[in-house]
Write a protein of this length. Structure first.
Length: 192
């Protein structure tokens, strides 16, 4: 299935054109750090209204495990307030901000684990979104539970994730940020 991710940059979406182009799901940026995005509710409602599976992601600025838990709780509160139930495509922790990945691998791993554990404790599935180089260079993926899924950004002809982590769950591969519909560019992922 093809999945796009949507943020406040994607204001005027023509959902029927997205669906006609083969998009079958959406993952919505729900927050940046502890601040909610302006359009998350609109985007999630748009996916729901069309029967599309959706997920949510938090672009983290957490530099401590306490802050990661606060960010997770902000996402959980926002999802509960929307009232659509559990996101079919899960919650994703976008761990790419320089101040996050610039810390030691053990710290980044602990921050990711804290966010995921907080979401799991509230009944939500959660995983990590990042570029393949971030996953390989900035955290210890194999120190996380083996059920933690990963959504990889790698703009290449093929995804090499399983060359590095053959036993890990690859939920999705974002292979472009230039999928064009109606003159607008979208990120596009192959969802497994």
């Amino acid at each position: 299935m093809l999945v796009t991710d949507l943020s406040d940059w994607n204001d005027h979406i023509n959902w029927s054109h997205l669906i006609a182009a083969g998009v079958g799901g959406a993952i919505v940026k729900i927050s940046e750090g502890r601040s909610l995005t302006q359009l998350h509710g609109k985007h999630i409602a748009g996916a729901e209204a069309r029967g599309l599976p959706w997920g949510a992601y938090c672009y983290t600025h957490a530099q401590t495990t306490e802050r990661a838990r606060e960010e997770a709780n902000r996402v959980i509160e926002a999802l509960n307030a929307l009232g659509y139930g559990t996101p079919p495509l899960g919650i994703w922790f976008d761990a790419e901000a320089p101040e996050v990945i610039g810390q030691g691998r053990d710290d980044v791993t602990a921050i990711c684990s804290a966010f995921i554990s907080e979401c799991n404790a509230a009944g939500y599935s959660a995983g990590i979104y990042a570029s393949l180089s971030t996953i390989t260079d900035c955290l210890n993926l194999d120190d996380l539970a083996d059920y933690v899924p990963v959504w990889i950004a790698q703009y290449a002809g093929a995804c090499d994730f399983h060359d590095y982590f053959p036993s890990r769950i690859l939920a999705g591969w974002q292979y472009t940020d230039s999928f064009e519909i109606d003159g607008r560019k979208y990120d596009l992922s192959e969802w497994y």
